[in-house]
Design a protein around this ligand. Structure first.
Ligand code: ADE
Ligand code: ZN
Length: 348
């Protein structure tokens, strides 16, 4: 059972007990961009390997560049960094490094995103990208015991035609994909811009998710649900401004994949103590904790939970509920869900 204090005790010793309990808590990650897990050291190593010139001289300069006041500031750097990814082995190495981090943090199941257009627009083949990622995910199941479902995202700042062309490329690889998503610059690019592409993806048997209500309004969450028929909303924190939507999310239990460190780094909330994830949880909405782009936002799964403990006095009961929500919201089969639930029950 959770240890007796229901929120973070103020003594440093108890803090350590809670933090070490958190470190090995079984976890599930549903909102992670593989390109956003590219750590500065790997960025430099791949730049050398592939002879790509970067506007940074060293890791310190890279970290200095990671100061954002809005989503677009981050995306500009994120797309530039992705140019170091060239070969299938690069995509394997990127994915494998993320999975090793998951192993360290006891993340047992992951549903990563990748952005094929970021690479195909530079002349990298779709197969190079997906085969590298898929091989690492396969190895992880066998060697690390981490299961996965892969989600391909369309870049919403590009047009419908480019998204359709990407979906056509994906048709040779449907066995490697569970779903499609929608990411990149949200404002001015509402979900309904991609209604027809998502309808085609659903026809192909793919599940759908979309980033909505991160910087964009609650209306975008409605259209993600009604037009794109998403099974989950990525971020969705701006739902709080629309009481009818809150009621709908309570009733439908459509999950929100929330990313606390991302939201504070991109100034969706000025400070973690203003984050609304625990308010949404207490309203009975199926919220989950995720890291989004851990290399850019200051941490992986454990660090995201830690930030909520420190700033919002999150309790062990709340943490357990958040992990249970992730298991419920995941796209894995019932048998795997039962295994994940058992791992969680055995731990608590
Ligand atoms: N691509 C990578 N991270 C993203 C985010 N937080 N929002 C939109 N697009 C993204
Ligand atoms: Zn995201």
């Amino acid at each position: 059972m959770p240890h007796s204090t229901s929120h973070l005790d103020t003594s440093p010793k108890a803090d350590l007990v809670l933090l070490s309990w958190l470190a090995q808590l079984p976890k599930v990650e549903l909102h992670l961009h593989l390109e956003g897990s590219l750590e500065p050291q790997m960025l430099f190593d791949l730049a050398v390997r592939n002879q790509v010139t970067l506007p940074y001289q060293n890791v310190k300069e890279v970290k200095q560049a990671f100061q954002f006041t809005q989503l677009q500031d981050f995306l500009d750097i994120y797309y530039q960094a992705a140019t170091v990814l060239v070969t299938e082995q690069d995509f394997y190495d990127l994915t494998w490094a993320y999975l090793l981090k998951c192993k360290e943090q006891n993340v047992l199941h992951v549903e990563p995103f990748f952005d094929p257009q970021t690479h195909t627009e530079r002349g990298i083949s779709f197969a190079t990208v997906i085969n590298g990622i898929d091989r690492a995910l396969e190895d992880s199941e066998e060697k690390l015991g981490i299961s996965s479902e892969l989600i391909m995202c369309f870049l919403r700042h590009l047009d419908e035609e480019s998204a359709f062309a990407t979906l056509i490329l994906a048709m040779d690889h449907l066995d490697k994909l569970k779903g499609v998503g929608l990411d990149s610059s949200e404002l001015g690019h509402p979900p309904e811009k991609f209604s027809r592409v998502f309808a085609k993806a659903r026809e192909l048997g793919l599940l759908t998710v979309a980033h909505a209500g991160e910087e964009g309004p609650a209306d975008y969450i409605w259209t993600a649900i009604n037009d794109l028929k998403v099974s989950r909303v990525d971020h969705g924190v701006n739902a709080i401004h629309d009481p009818a939507l809150i009621k709908y999310l309570q009733e439908s239990q459509i999950p929100l994949t929330v990313c606390p460190l991302s939201n504070t780094k991109l100034k969706v909330f000025d400070d973690m103590n203003q984050h609304n994830i625990l308010d949404l949880l207490s309203l009975g909405i199926c919220v989950t904790v995720n890291s989004d782009d851990p290399s850019y936002f200051g941490g992986y799964m454990t660090e995201n939970f830690e930030a909520l403990i420190v700033s919002l006095d999150m309790t062990q009961e709340q943490m357990i509920k958040l992990v249970e929500n992730s298991i419920t919201a995941s796209f894995c089969c019932q048998q795997r869900k039962q295994q994940l639930s058992s791992a969680l029950r055995d731990y608590i």
